[in-house]
Design a protein around this ligand. Structure first.
Ligand code: MEV
Length: 310
């Protein structure tokens, strides 16, 4: 039996802007999706999906995951029938890079079962192919975080050449809270809406892109200097820019506001938006707990995690 895993991720800066070639910063989460692949006397594949989920996620994403799995199988030229079992402690939800973690885990498990001896770069290519199922035109940030882990800066090469991937280091990992809106969103749809907005109002949207371009440079420096107060302030500003490109939602805004009022250094939506998750920067166990409880008191579920771990 072949085994593999892929990290969940949270985007600290730059979801959506990354699609347009601007740098983004993502951190892998401690939680992973695991895959087991066994050769079987069947046509194609069979899927047993044991991942924990936000209610309705798997049903809503069924077709997208079919495409994801077919894409990975095709790219890796698997000719035999396989039985795939997904598991792990990453909750399948919008905003944590669940599909990318699944694509990375599957690619690794196939690599293991068929002794292909692919390195991480090739695994990342396979995971990217998988991501085209749910995303259509993914930037590549989610699968890169799912495969390589850690904290990274990602910049898509719009000309189709190699993307820039730089490992970043935090002096020490920082506690975060992820608030779950409980709503599943479609990355393909939301990315498409931003594209339309950019076509309809190029001046306004390009001004937002420019503002983000300056912000992410400051964010790189603040993370390097471990200036968490500044990182938080920049996350707040990033959220405002995401609101301007219409990808937030009332639930996300409410959780962001609650987290800030409870003392988070900064908070923003993370990932696709319009549903899915928000992230709050909450250094220290006490602050993390305070913010988590404040969001829970509003009726949302939260995940307590850390960024900047290896
Ligand atoms: C989704 O996790 C991140 C987006 O920027 C899409 C992408 O980068 O492909 C919204």
């Amino acid at each position: 039996m072949g085994k593999g895993s892929g990290y969940g991720k949270t985007i600290l800066f730059g979801e959506h802007f990354v699609v347009y070639g601007l740098p983004a910063i993502a951190s892998a989460l401690g939680s992973t999706t695991t895959a087991e692949v066994k050769r079987a006397d069947i046509n194609g594949y069979e899927l047993i999906d044991n991942r924990p989920e936000t209610a309705g996620y798997k049903e809503q994403k069924k077709e997208e995951y079919e495409k994801l799995i077919e894409n990975v199988i095709k790219f890796m030229e698997v000719k035999e029938g396989i039985r795939i079992t997904l598991g792990g402690n990453l909750v399948a939800a919008s905003g944590v890079g669940a599909s990318a973690a699944c694509a990375a885990a599957l690619a690794r498990a196939i690599n293991n079962e068929f002794r292909l001896d692919w390195n991480d770069d090739k695994i990342n290519e396979a995971a990217f192919e998988g991501e085209k199922g749910p995303h259509g035109t993914p930037s590549g940030i989610d699968n890169t975080a799912a495969v390589f882990g850690g904290l990274l800066l990602f910049k898509k090469n719009l000309g189709g050449n190699q993307n820039t991937i730089k490992k970043m280091k935090l002096r020490k990992p920082v506690e975060i809270v992820l608030g779950n809106s409980g709503k599943t969103s479609s990355t393909k749809e939301v990315v498409g809406d931003v594209r339309r907005l950019e076509e309809e109002q190029p001046k306004k949207i390009n001004a937002v892109f420019e503002e983000y371009g300056a912000l992410v440079e400051e964010a790189k420096k603040a993370l390097k200097d471990y200036d968490l107060k500044k990182v938080g302030t920049l996350m707040n500003k990033n959220h405002e820019l995401l609101q301007k490109i219409t990808v937030s939602s009332s639930e996300l805004d409410e959780m962001v506001e609650t987290a800030r009022n409870a003392g988070a250094l900064g908070a923003k939506l993370t990932g696709t938006g319009r549903g899915g998750l928000m992230i709050a920067l909450t250094p220290g166990k006490n602050l993390q707990e305070k913010v988590a409880e404040a969001i829970e008191a509003q009726g949302y579920t939260v995940f307590r995690s850390k960024i900047g771990g290896s």
